[in-house]
Design a protein around this ligand. Structure first.
Ligand code: 5GP
Length: 309
């Protein structure tokens, strides 16, 4: 029997009605669910049909549900191929190699191992574009009461997110906190270590990258900049809500049961409004900000799996 610690809960990101599914092995043994339902996964031993029960009905018995792989494969077959990256057309790539191999060989790995692999996989190791299937969640009653969830602000930094962050910090500095980034550039005279940045050597920064301790990083004018997982932990340890500003492609990295982030989309002003403001007050934004707004405005209606809920 699995212990509470080993239980895996997921939120379904699609509707499933076994009566509409001709390939279900046994309709009576299947589970009906709607997008948004929270399911407890009971078994993932089969690569096409998992067993699960509804969270609020865990005594009602488990039923068959399509596995993540099966649903992805079905969606891939329904969609025009051009919409997919080439590797997504091959349904075999949707499981990590280790999991695929153990399923193919009929080898039974322990439940805890499979659940851990699923967690790692859904937390971002598998980063290519996937159709929405299931996403791991943790029931609220298991969350320590004093721990705040991380808030991710997504939007163009120059004109929306930075200003929002600044105002939140001023409005309630005891409640909100921000991470201190790492950089390899020289410290300026007015800056302090651990306040403005953690100033580290290139070697140390590369070690942080290799040990996967950075949520995101990039280079600017020949220097590395990045945000570490430890810096998020530090803000949380102070009992504050950590405000993070990460690119949509990096959300999955932070989408863990530990951080349980709320993702807030900051709607940018329209480009015409920005241009107008810029003409009146030169300091409000520059061409780079306008470019960011343009990128986000285009992305607004596109599907991103990490933020589909
Ligand atoms: P500065 O060296 O003037 O403090 O920062 C220059 C630029 O570095 C910023 O405008 C921003 O683009 C980038 N930067 C600062 N902090 C971070 C960070 O945590 N991650 C990334 N990717 N870039 C950062």
């Amino acid at each position: 029997m699995s212990t509470t610690k080993q239980k895996l809960f997921v939120r379904a990101l699609f509707d499933y009605d076994p009566n509409q599914d001709p390939s279900i092995p046994c309709k009576d043994a299947a589970l009906t669910f709607k997008r948004g339902d929270v399911l407890q996964i009971v078994s993932m031993e089969d690569d096409t049909w998992w067993q699960a029960c509804h969270l609020e009905d865990s005594n009602g018995g488990a039923g068959l549900i399509p596995s993540k792989e099966l649903h992805e494969r079905r969606v891939a077959l329904q969609r025009p191929k051009a919409l997919f990256q080439p590797q997504r057309v091959n349904p075999c790539v949707s499981l990590p190699a280790g999991l695929r191999r153990s399923f193919r060989l009929g080898r039974k790995s322990s439940w805890a191992k499979e659940a851990a692999r699923f967690r790692r996989w859904s937390a971002g190791v598998h980063s290519s574009i996937c159709p929405p299937t299931y996403i791991e969640v943790i029931p609220y009653h298991r969350e320590p009461k004093d721990r705040h969830r991380v808030v991710i602000l997504v939007g163009p930094s120059g004109v929306g997110v930075n200003e929002l962050k600044r105002r939140l910090l001023i409005s309630d500095p005891d409640r909100y906190g921000v991470t201190v980034p790492h950089t390899t550039r020289e410290k300026k005279r007015q800056e302090s270590e651990g306040v403005d940045y953690h100033f580290v050597s290139v070697h140390m920064f590369e070690e942080l990258i290799l040990s996967h301790r950075l949520i995101e990083y990039g280079s600017y004018r020949g220097h590395y900049y990045g945000t570490s997982l430890d810096s998020v932990h530090r803000v949380m340890a102070e009992g504050k809500v950590c405000l993070l500003d990460v690119h949509p492609s990096k959300i999955k990295r932070v989408y863990t049961s530990e951080f349980k982030p709320y993702v807030v989309f900051v709607k940018p002003p329209r480009i015409e409004e920005l241009r107008l403001t810029r003409r009146r007050a030169k300091f409000v934004c520059d061409e780079e900000d306008i470019n960011q707004v343009r990128i986000f405005s285009v992305r607004k209606n596109t599907h991103s799996p990490a933020i589909a809920w």
